[in-house]
Write a protein that binds this ligand. Structure first.
Ligand code: AMP
Ligand code: MG
Length: 268
């Protein structure tokens, strides 16, 4: 699954999101549901191993347009892992304090400790999306940020943080459907803002900014995956599959006991 949806590092052409079908499905819903069941069970075991061995950290980055399913992914892909080993961080419009530092400052403080998993709901990539679309930074500054992000991620990887970055790819029509649904349901209005509706008008600019960032910042160490996300069940299945595949490939083993417990009996 990893190869199917990974952006190849160092590719000479810029990613064109038109070439990636947001409706793509390689299995049917029933097969995905069965696989999902075993992925979720496996994820619990793998997370425990990650915690017990304390050698590696896992950072999952979720990016995508409004309504692309970042919150839904968190709910559906990580429902059963031990809450002690997982941290979820949502990045909002930077505060005055955050803006008084470099753009990676607020990010670095939230990266996972060894043994744990952190999920970024939005991330360092917001700083090469929003300011680009709104012309707040020039091309040179943006290129420099791509470079800083790549270097930063490389540093994390060299310090045993595994990084998986998922772009949740939905179509413009699908976003319209989802926004309409939110509009029509008063109990979903809290999720909606006028800003979301305004930003939708800039859809092509966001797509372009994403294409540039996905092309510039996909590396062997910290790959981007473009996840077909029009169908929620398929999105969850692919992301869970990639996480399980990545953690399993570490080949972690439970640590040896620090003492010999073989002849111990528990007294009454
Ligand atoms: P939500 O994820 O729906 O809670 O919305 C968070 C909002 O914060 C989105 O509109 C993001 O684009 C915005 N945001 C997050 N990080 C940044 C950033 N670095 N610069 C500008 N806007 C940001
Ligand atoms: Mg929102």
């Amino acid at each position: 699954m990893k190869e199917t949806y990974a952006v190849l590092p160092g590719q000479t052409q810029t990613v064109s999101l038109d070439d990636w079908d947001p409706n793509d499905t390689l299995v049917n819903k029933k097969t995905a549901a069965k696989a999902m069941h075993s992925y979720l069970k496996r994820m619990v075991q793998l997370q425990e191993l990650l915690y017990a061995t304390g050698q590696y950290a896992l950072l999952v980055v979720l990016q995508g347009m409004d309504t692309s399913g970042k919150d839904g992914t968190i709910k559906k892909v990580f429902p059963s892992v031990n809450p002690q080993g997982i941290n979820i961080v949502s990045f909002k419009v930077p505060t005055a304090q955050e803006l008084s530092h470099d753009f990676l400052w607020r990010i670095h403080r939230q990266t996972p400790a060894k043994g744990s998993i952190t999920i970024f709901n939005r991330s360092q990539y917001e700083d090469v999306l929003v300011p680009v679309v709104h012309n707040l930074i020039d091309g040179e500054t943006c290129e420099s940020r791509y470079h800083q992000i790549t270097q930063f991620e490389d540093m994390l990887v060299r310090n045993n943080t595994i990084i998986l970055k998922f772009f949740l790819h939905i179509s413009r029509d699908e976003q319209k459907k989802r926004l309409m649904k939110r509009l029509n349901k008063p109990d979903k209005h809290w999720k909606l803002s006028m800003a979301d509706l305004r930003e939708r008008k800039r859809w092509p600019d966001y797509i372009h900014a994403y294409e540039m960032a996905l092309s510039a910042c996909s590396s062997e160490a910290a790959p981007w995956f473009i996840i077909p996300a029009n169908k929620r069940w398929y999105r969850n299945y692919v992301i869970a599959g990639i996480i399980v595949e990545t953690l399993a490939a570490l080949g972690l083993k439970y640590p040896e006991a620090s003492e010999d417990f073989s002849n111990i009996t528990i007294e009454d």
